[in-house]
Design a protein around this ligand. Structure first.
Ligand SMILES: Cc1cc2nc3c(=O)[nH]c(=O)nc-3n(C[C@H](O)[C@H](O)[C@H](O)COP(=O)(O)OP(=O)(O)OC[C@H]3O[C@@H](n4cnc5c(N)ncnc54)[C@H](O)[C@@H]3O)c2cc1C
Length: 391
């Protein structure tokens, strides 16, 4: 390990590996630190994403794809099911392999990668950062021009730089998930259950990972907590719907369903991925956002090192690009999420009933929102702007 790097990336998830890859040029030095012993493990994700969107940033390796998805089934509290065609081919990934490969692609560009390397403090010193990392029981202090905070939802690195990262309860979903085997799943279809019985202010997902196997999980909105933990609710759901299932894995974690942080760039530091709350607030999906943001952040960081100016003046380009692109869409999704989390069970049933009369060929995500938001013209306008371009 060197004592000085141009760019230090903290976190080996999709955000960190992608930023590192795009930050690396033949002329600069980039290092990535991951505190766990293995990149991609443990998997705290339901692993669903859009293949065409992912393909804009990385060549898709078929090994990453556990199953492809073309339909979604929405199930209302009283059990009415609405089947809809999805706009673009989706997939449930093997994130264990996917995350590992993203780091390997970065390493192949010349990025140094260290696992079991926990960055426990950063300090500003003149135009540089002092980065303190504990690697295999040894403490190191390095000098960096740019630090990338890609340390996930529990990010501490951004806070060391003085940025407020607290998220209010209503903007956090507490999630629990199990990978179930020995269950019946419909190939090509993902299921969502909406009901305060199973997931107050959130939903249950069943994402197939191949024959007889699926990621089954749920998220509970922090403002709707009623004393039952996400794990308790998941256990109850599995006992009722999949009584014979075997549990191959079990994980819990938080998903920010907030607006992206207002400030994601300061002198010598960029915040990327979950650490910056770059997650679609309606779906809770953050894989694509992490990679999109990593692409922008890495490119901006490489340019800053090249120009020998890593002050906010140069780095703010990342903030500008994010805010005018995905960030703008996510602000609209946030308004829709605020409305969705407050829907009562009777309202959800009423929407399902109205959707019953729509012919299957016309049933897509935009149709669902057109019906659901029929009395909310402003939100309907936002939904049309978001979903019309996806269909
Ligand atoms: C239950 C659940 C289900 C989800 N389902 C989906 C889904 O279906 N689709 C989807 O798109 N998104 C989903 N998400 C969200 C998705 O997992 C995240 O948005 C995505 O992983 C964000 O990537 P990231 O690189 O920002 O953060 P992470 O993947 O969390 O990576 C951050 C990394 O930083 C490391 N780290 C943290 N602190 C330090 C430190 N001090 N030093 C060194 N390393 C550090 C961590 O160990 C971790 O590996 C889900 C999340 C949860 C919890």
């Amino acid at each position: 390990m060197r004592t000085e790097y141009d760019v230090v990336v903290v976190g080996g998830g999709p955000a960190g590996s992608t930023t590192a890859r795009f930050a690396k040029t033949p002329a600069n030095s980039v290092v990535l630190f991951e505190k766990d012993r293995e990149i991609g493990v443990p998997v705290r994700c339901a692993e669903a994403t859009s293949i065409p969107d992912l393909g804009r940033f990385v060549k898709i390796n078929p090994c990453w794809i556990a199953s492809t998805v073309t339909r979604a089934r929405l199930i209302s509290p009283s059990g009415q099911a609405v089947l809809l065609n999805l706009p673009a081919n989706g997939a449930v990934l093997h994130r264990r392999i996917f995350d590992h490969d993203l780091a390997q692609i970065a390493a192949d560009q010349g990025v140094e990668v260290y696992t079991k390397a926990d960055v426990y403090k950063i300090e500003r010193s003149d135009r540089y950062w002092r980065v303190y990392v504990r690697h295999l029981a040894h403490d190191y202090c390095l000098k960096a021009k740019i630090v990338i905070a890609a340390d996930g939802v529990e990010s501490r690195i951004a806070r060391f730089a003085g940025i407020r990262t607290q998220t209010v309860l209503k903007d956090i979903e507490s999630c629990a998930q199990a990978m179930l085997a020995n269950i019946d799943v419909t190939a090509g279809q993902i299921d969502f259950y909406f009901s305060s019985k199973w997931a107050p202010g959130g939903y249950v997902w069943v994402f197939p990972k191949g024959d007889h196997c699926a990621n089954v999980g749920l998220g509970v909105n922090g403002a709707h907590f009623d004393g039952r933990s996400a794990i308790d609710l998941l256990n109850a759901f599995i006992s009722e719907k999949f009584p014979d299932a075997a549990r191959l894995t079990c994980v819990a974690g938080g998903v920010p369903v907030a607006k992206s942080l207002k400030q994601i760039a300061v002198d010598g530091l960029l915040i990327v991925g979950d650490a910056a709350r770059q997650v679609n607030p309606v779906t809770g999906g953050g894989i694509l956002a992490a990679i999109t943001a990593g692409n922008i952040a890495g490119t901006v960081a490489a340019g800053a090192i090249d120009q020998a100016d890593w002050s906010l003046k140069t780095l703010k380009e990342y903030q500008i690009e994010w805010d005018k692109g995905v960030g703008k869409d996510y602000s609209r999704f946030y308004n829709i999420k605020e409305w969705m989390t407050e829907l009562s069970d009777p309202e959800l049933d009423e929407i399902a009933e109205l959707l019953h009369d729509i012919p299957p060929t016309e049933m897509n995500i935009l149709t669902v929102f057109k019906v659901a938001l029929r009395n909310k013209p402003t939100l309907l306008f936002e939904a049309i702007k978001l979903f019309a371009k996806m269909i």
